[in-house]
Design a protein around this ligand. Structure first.
Ligand code: AMP
Length: 630
C-alpha cells in the first residue's frame, strides 16, 4: 500500500486500522471496542481487552525462541558485557517480580526506579509490568530535589536504586542523593531495594533498605505468572517538564502502548525478530522506555543497553558494538552525533557496519550540517523523527516499512499514521492548510494508542495544559512551532512555551529558576535557552541580587556564579546547570510585570528582540546586551 492511502486509512477508518495493528501482540482476552472517545479528550483504547506488556516483550519470545539474545548489557565504565537470552531474561524478571511482591508491591502500586543503565533497571521495569505495578523511572542525572518532588507526586510503595553509576570513569554515587531526597520528601516509601554494584560503599537504613542480591538468591526459582491486565490499566508514569515548575507525570496505558510500539517497530523502524536494536538513550527518558526496553523486545529483537560515553575508550565504541552484535537498527540523538563529529573521522570506517540499515535520530532539531556529515560518514539512511514524552512514539517520521520515502534535510518527515496532525494559527486557532505557513503543531483527538492517558492524578491539568491552549478548539497542543511544505514534510521550529532542550534533554526553565531563587542572595531570576553549537541549546540565567555588593567585582561575580551553579547541581542535577549565571540590576519586563524571556533570548542569540513597545525599562535589556557582548 502507498503511504498516503495507509495514512488516510488510519484516520478515516480509525477503528478498523487499529484493530488490524492489534493483531501484532498477544491478547489474553480480546477487546470489545477499539476506541472509546465518549469523554473527550480522554481516549480509552482496546476496551475490554486484557494483555500484559511483559508477556509481549519477554514471555512470548521465551516460549518460541528461548535462546535468542534479548538483552545485551555493555558497560565501558565497568568493563562488563553480559548477554541475556529471552529465557534468562524471563527468569531474571521473575526473580525481580517475586522480590517486589515479597516487599509488599501489589497491582496498581507505584515503584520508583532511580538507577544507572544496568540490567537490573530493565528487570525492574519489566517486573512491574508483569505484576501490574506502575514504574516511574527518574533519570539518574537528577539530584535530590528533583527526585523528592517526583517521589511526592508518584507516592511509590517502593524505590529501587543502586549504590552508584559511573560516567567517564568517575563513580557517581546514587544512594546519598536518594537518602537526601527521602528526607526531603513528604511521602515515605515503605521499602528501598538496593542493587549493590560494589562501586561505592553506602549506609543502609534498618527496616527500610533491602539488599537485592539476597532477595534474588531467595527467589532464584520462584515462578511469577504475568498478571492479565485491562488494556486501559496504567503501565507507568514518566515525569516531564512544562511551563510550570512542577513536573507532570505522563501516564501511559498497557494495551494501546503495546500495540503502538509493535506497529512502530514494523512500519517505522523496520526491525525484525532475531535482529539487534541499539538505542543510545537512557532509561530515564521516553526513548529509553519505548526503544531500549519495550519496543525492540516486543518485536522479538535483542536490545543493547549501553552504560558509558560515546567517546570512551574511543570514538569507535558504538560502531564496534554495531559490528559485534550485527545491529540492524540504531537510534540516537543529534547531540551525540555532534560529539562524534568532533572526533577522529577514521573511527567511523574502522568497523564493518554492513548489518546496519538505518540510523534514527530524535529528541531535538537535527541541523543540516550534522545530518549531512553522519549520512555521508555512514552511507546509511538517517531518519529524523519527532515526538514527545507525552506521545511515547513518533508523531512525524518516515514510514519506510509501508513505503520507502526520501528524507529531506532538516525535516523529521511526514505525519505518522494515527496522528491527525494540524498546524494552527496561534491567536485565532484557525487551521493553516496552505504550504509553508508557520503554526502550532497540534493533534486532533483522540490521540492514537500509546499516547498519554492523562497527567497522573490530575485529569484537570491534562485538559488545561494540553487541550486548552488553542482558542476555541479542543485540540492537543505539542507546544512546538512548525511548518509543512507542499509535499507534506514538516519542519519543527522550536517550542512555543518555556521548555528548553539541552543536548536532547527537556528542561523547564521555571524549574531552574525556582532552584536558583532558593539561593539566599537571589531576588529574581530569568532563565532562557540559547542556541549552542554542540548541545543545541544551553540554559542562561540572568539574576538580580538582593545585595548587589556581593558581585561588585568580576571575581566576586564569578564566585557567586559558582555558588549558584553548585546549588542547581545539588538540587536538580548537573543536567539542569546553566551555562552561565550573569548578574543584572533589573530584568527586562513589560509594564504589566511579565519578564520578557523571548527578548532576552533574542539578544543572547544576537537576534533582533522584536517589538519592545510594552517594555518597562529598556535599560534592563541593554544590561543583558552589554554582558553578552562584553
Ligand atoms: P521529550 O518529551 O523530552 O522527548 O521532548 C520533546 C520535545 O523535543 C518536542 O516537543 C520538541 O520540542 C523536541 N523534539 C523532539 N524530537 C525532535 C525532532 N526530531 N526535531 C525537532 N525537535 C524535536
Amino acid at each position: 500500500m502507498d503511504y498516503a492511502s495507509f495514512y488516510r486509512h488510519s484516520i478515516d477508518d480509525r477503528d478498523a486500522f487499529w484493530a488490524e495493528q492489534a493483531a501484532l501482540i498477544d491478547w489474553k482476552k480480546p477487546f470489545d471496542r477499539v476506541c472509546d472517545y465518549d469523554n473527550p479528550p480522554f481516549a480509552k483504547w482496546f476496551v475490554g481487552g486484557q494483555t500484559n506488556l511483559c508477556h509481549n516483550a519477554v514471555d512470548r519470545h521465551a516460549a518460541t525462541h528461548p535462546d535468542r539474545h534479548a538483552l545485551i548489557f555493555v558497560s565501558t565504565e565497568t568493563n562488563q558485557e553480559v548477554t541475556y537470552s529471552f529465557r534468562q531474561l524471563e527468569a531474571e524478571v521473575q526473580r525481580m517480580a517475586a522480590t517486589l511482591q515479597s516487599l509488599g508491591v501489589k497491582k496498581g502500586d507505584r515503584v520508583l526506579v532511580y538507577m544507572p543503565m544496568i540490567p537490573e533497571a530493565a528487570f525492574a521495569m519489566l517486573a512491574c509490568a508483569r505484576i501490574g505495578a506502575l514504574h516511574s523511572v527518574v533519570f539518574g542525572g537528577f539530584a535530590s530535589v528533583s527526585l523528592a518532588s517526583r517521589i511526592d507526586d508518584a507516592t511509590p510503595e517502593l524505590v529501587i536504586s543502586a549504590d552508584a553509576g559511573s560516567r567517564g570513569g568517575k563513580i557517581v554515587p546514587y544512594k546519598p542523593l536518594l537518602d537526601e531526597a527521602l528526607t526531603l520528601a513528604v511521602h515515605k516509601p515503605a521499602k528501598v531495594l538496593m542493587v549493590d554494584r560494589g562501586l561505592s560503599p553506602f549506609t543502609r537504613v534498618a527496616g527500610r533498605d533491602e539488599d537485592y542480591a539476597a532477595w534474588r538468591e531467595k527467589h532464584a526459582a520462584t515462578v511469577v505468572p504475568c498478571e492479565w491486565l485491562d488494556a486501559t490499566h496504567p503501565s507507568y508514569t514518566l515525569y516531564t517538564s512544562g511551563t510550570t515548575g512542577k513536573p507532570k507525570g505522563v501516564q501511559r496505558d498497557t494495551g494501546g502502548y503495546a500495540v503502538a510500539l509493535a506497529a512502530s517497530m514494523k512500519h517505522i523502524f523496520c526491525g525484525q525478530a532475531g535482529e539487534t536494536y541499539f538505542s543510545t538513550s537512557d532509561i530515564g527518558w521516553v526513548v529509553g522506555h519505548s526503544y531500549i526496553i519495550y519496543g525492540p523486545l516486543i518485536a522479538g529483537m535483542a536490545t543493547i543497553m549501553y552504560e558509558g560515553l560515546p567517546t570512551r575508550p574511543d570514538a569507535a565504541v558504538w560502531w564496534s558494538l554495531v559490528e559485534k552484535y550485527k545491529v540492524t537498527v540504531m537510534f540516537s540523538a543529534p547531540t551525540a552525533v555532534r560529539v562524534l563529529k568532533k572526533q577522529d573521522p577514521a573511527a567511523l570506517s574502522r568497523h564493518d557496519l554492513s548489518s546496519l540499515r538505518a540510523l534514527f535520530l530524535a529528541g531535538e532539531p537535527l541541523d543540516e550540517p550534522t545530518a549531512k556529515w553522519i549520512a555521508e560518514a555512514l552511507g546509511k539512511p538517517i531518519i529524523d523523527n519527532y515526538w514527545q514524552t507525552e506521545t511515547g512514539w513518533p508523531i512525524l517520521s518516515l514510514c519506510n516499512g509501508v513505503e520507502k520515502a526520501d528524507s529531506k534535510f532538516g525535516s523529521p518527515g511526514k505525519a505518522v499514521y494515527g496522528y491527525d496532525v494540524k498546524l494552527l494559527d496561534e491567536t485565532t486557532g484557525e487551521e493553516l492548510t496552505a504550504p509553508n505557513q508557520k503554526g502550532v503543531v497540534a493533534i486532533e483527538g483522540p490521540l492514537p494508542p500509546g499516547c498519554m492517558q492523562t497527567v497522573w492524578q490530575d485529569d484537570e491539568r491534562f485538559v488545561k495544559t494540553y487541550w486548552s491552549s488553542v482558542p476555541g478548539k479542543r485540540v492537543y497542543s505539542t507546544f512546538d512551532w512548525g511548518i509543512r511544505d507542499a509535499d507534506g514534510y514538516f519542519f519543527i521550529l522550536g517550542r512555543t512555551d518555556d521548555v528548553i532542550n539541552v543536548a536532547g534533554h527537556r528542561l523547564g526553565t521555571r524549574e531552574i529558576e525556582e532552584s536558583i531563587s532558593s539561593h539566599a542572595n537571589i531576588a529574581e531570576v530569568a532563565v532562557v535557552g540559547v542556541a549552542d553549537q554542540l548541545k543545541g541549546q544551553v540554559a542562561m540565567a540572568f539574576a538580580v541580587l538582593k545585595d548587589a555588593s556581593r558581585a561588585a567585582t568580576p571575581a566576586d561575580a564569578l564566585k557567586l556564579e559558582g555558588e549558584v551553579m553548585k546549588l542547581v547541581d545539588e538540587q536538580l542535577g548537573a543536567v539542569a546547570r546553566p551555562a552561565r549565571v550573569r548578574f543584572v540590576t533589573a530584568l527586562p519586563k513589560t509594564r504589566s510585570g511579565k519578564t520578557l524571556r523571548r527578548a532576552i533570548q533574542a539578544v543572547c542569540e544576537g537576534r533582533d528582540p522584536g517589538d519592545l513597545t510594552t517594555m518597562e525599562d529598556p535599560g534592563a535589556l541593554q544590561q543583558v546586551k552589554d554582558l553578552i557582548q562584553g
